[in-house]
Design a protein around this ligand. Structure first.
Ligand SMILES: C[S@@+](CC[C@H](N)C(=O)[O-])C[C@H]1O[C@@H](n2cnc3c(N)ncnc32)[C@H](O)[C@@H]1O
Length: 369
């Protein structure tokens, strides 16, 4: 009798073991071949997780760089400091920026304007430290020339503190955009929020390489690349705005830099010949190409990048993802990186890897195939 009970128990145990194995095999099968789970496992490259009502792409700067009461007040104080040499105004502006930088929607100009106030309030020795980098010194000179004429003009245009005859025209808009772009891209505090040096380290640049800096602006990255690729290397600073390129040419001349060549384009292609560069670099531009161009324009633009790259050449896209407001060091346009990865895959670029040195900004590495 006890033998019969024992063999029943063994049978039941065996049955459970078999059932468990079958269930496990079924689960593995489902996990491996079910398209839904497959997509989820791959979500880092072709899935965008939507967690809020916010758009996953934002291209314009119209609303992201909106002015606020506190921003206007700080701007007025900086202007008073510049015009009437009132140190208390500079100090009060710094205080306001300390308060609003962590919480407000701004494009980088606050930290740059705060930098000007701190520089002007510093003692002589510290002033030298502020300008020890020659490119920062040139940025300073650009705005300080003729008793801070350009900096005052920027503040007045930005915060509408004076009426300009051209302010409601395209010419006036372009002028304001140029001054704002200049202050944002060459902001001496950019390293602090962007960790620029880490971005550049991740590129593993070698002497002798040639690089297309697409949408170079006034050359923030161009000149850093130029130092790393050396005399035998070459940097093409490519932009649609001639004034940015003029500044790049002026600095190249001033500092005897011979490996930078500027290329003015209409924006439809990057304007280079075939097989010219080892690396194409695009910082804060692809969101615009993705969101604002027709299919025809994207075809031309991306194919011209591909054409300019040498065999196995790399394309680097640096842009901003959507993160929580509390993690934002810079409130510019943004685009989910998955959109770029998917689009460039379809243009025949292999996605190699990505980096992120701050929550918001990513570096995507692609290879021409
Ligand atoms: C946001 S800025 C970034 C500047 C620079 N890459 C940086 O990170 O400092 C974008 C730049 O791209 C330029 N740009 C816009 N559309 C372009 C196009 N289709 N081709 C080349 N440059 C373009 C703009 O004039 C501007 O200087």
């Amino acid at each position: 009798m006890s033998q019969i009970i024992r063999s029943r128990k063994t049978e039941r145990t065996l049955l459970w073991v078999v059932l468990t194995i079958v269930a496990a095999i079924f689960a593995v099968f489902l996990y491996t071949f079910n398209p839904w789970t497959t997509q989820w496992r791959n979500h880092s490259s072709d899935w965008v997780q939507i967690t809020s009502k916010k758009s996953i792409i934002h291209v314009g700067s119209n609303d992201s760089f909106a002015t606020t009461q506190d921003g206007i007040m700080a701007g007025k104080l900086v202007l008073d400091f510049l015009e009437n040499k009132q140190p208390d105004s500079g100090k009060a502006a710094i205080e306001i920026y300390n308060r609003i930088i962590p919480r407000e929607n701004y494009g980088g100009e606050y930290s740059a304007l705060q930098w000007f106030c701190e520089y002007l309030l510093a003692g002589e020795k510290d002033k030298q430290k502020y300008l020890s980098d020659k490119f920062v010194a040139s940025f300073y000179d650009f705005f300080a020339e003729k008793n801070f004429a350009r900096l005052k003009e920027y503040i007045k245009r930005k915060y509408k503190l004076e009426t300009f005859a051209d302010q409601d025209t395209q010419v006036g808009e372009n002028r304001k955009a140029f001054l704002e772009d200049f202050i944002l891209f060459n902001n001496p505090r950019r390293e602090e929020w962007e960790k620029t040096s880490k971005v550049i380290n991740s590129l593993n640049l070698k002497p002798g390489q040639s690089i297309a800096d697409i949408g170079s602006g006034p050359g923030y990255y161009t000149f850093k690349f130029s130092q790393l690729v050396g005399k035998k290397g070459r940097i093409f600073a490519i932009d649609t705005v001639q004034k940015h390129l003029n500044y790049v040419n002026q600095l190249s001349q001033k500092y005897g830099i011979n490996n930078v060549k500027t290329v003015k384009t209409g924006g439809d292609t990057i304007g280079l010949d075939a097989n010219q560069v080892d690396l194409a670099f695009m910082c804060s531009l692809y969101h615009n190409i993705y969101g604002m161009s027709t299919d025809y324009d994207i075809d031309n633009f991306v194919n011209s990048i591909k054409n300019s790259l040498k065999k196995n050449g790399k394309l680097i896209v640096v842009d901003n993802g959507l993160v929580k407001d509390s993690e934002l060091p810079y409130h510019g346009p943004y685009i989910a990186k998955e959109l770029i990865i998917a689009q460039l895959k379809n243009y025949g670029f292999k996605f190699v890897k990505d980096y992120a040195f701050i929550p918001q900004r990513y570096v995507l590495v692609f290879q021409k195939i």
